[in-house]
Ligand binder design. Structure first.
Ligand SMILES: C[S@@+](CC[C@H](N)C(=O)[O-])C[C@H]1O[C@@H](n2cnc3c(N)ncnc32)[C@H](O)[C@@H]1O
Length: 219
């Protein structure tokens, strides 16, 4: 099945609210714990979360890494509002900042001590821009951890995944999940993107039936 793009930004207020209220607890917790497993010696510095959405991942990561600062970046105003609210509620405003900005427009090079990103890449019409920015934006020798959905082989397989993992979820969330699966990349496509950007030191893992993870140190 070929890739079918979905709208890049999640800037409909109801869509953002439904996403923020969805139960991603286990998935988000697994992502931040993976960061610690991949990079057990990383404990200080400025981490950027590209496409941070409603901010649950930065809040969880700040809890695990009490000496880190985190900047979440998302170009959707409703998502940024929700993320700012989550940060305030967690009492983490001194360590987490949220910026309403396209990651492509982030200024400067060698700014980040680490970059994380979950479920952003499948939104992008031009995924190489993401890997390019990552390369430019992290200091050499810094950790990166990127996770996203895997594109299934057919629309029927995508629908089966939605039914299996989001059976009782809000209709908007089910619609977005289905569209995201159709817009996602295959493991081969991710491998080819990394090769084109000279990022083959980063390792690709496929931990389950619907995700890929790319992690490692960028030099
Ligand atoms: C599926 S959400 C993932 C949110 C969060 N990372 C999480 O795991 O819960 C993807 C987010 O990426 C944002 N996004 C898409 N394209 C973007 C871009 N070019 N720059 C910044 N944010 C972008 C969307 O607005 C959306 O909030």
């Amino acid at each position: 099945m070929n890739r079918t793009l979905e709208p890049e930004l999640m800037d409909d207020p109801l869509q953002a609210k439904v996403y923020a209220e969805a139960d991603f607890l286990a998935e988000n917790q697994r992502f931040v714990e993976l960061f610690r497993e991949y990079f057990p010696d990383f404990s200080q510095g400025h981490i950027f979360d590209l496409g941070c959405g409603p901010g649950d991942i930065p809040v969880r990561l700040a809890g695990l890494l009490p000496e880190c600062r985190i900047t979440g970046v998302d170009a959707s105003r409703p998502m940024v509002d929700l993320a700012e609210q989550a940060v305030r509620q967690a009492g983490l405003s001194d360590r987490i900042t949220v910026r309403c900005e396209r990651f492509e427009d982030l200024a400067g090079a060698n700014q980040a001590d680490a970059v994380i990103s979950n479920s952003l890449l499948h939104h992008l019409p031009k995924p190489l821009q993401f890997w390019h920015k990552l390369r430019l934006f992290v200091k050499p020798g810094s950790p990166v951890l990127v996770m996203d959905l895997l594109r299934p082989e057919s629309p029927e397989a995508a629908q089966a995944i939605v039914d299996r993992y989001a059976s009782g979820a809000h209709e908007i969330l089910r619609r977005d999940f289905y569209n995201s699966l159709l817009a996602a990349f295959t493991e081969d496509e991710i491998g080819s993107q990394l090769a084109q950007m000279n990022l083959t030191r980063l390792l690709i893992d496929v931990p389950d039936d619907r995700h890929w993870i790319v992690g490692g140190i960028i030099y």
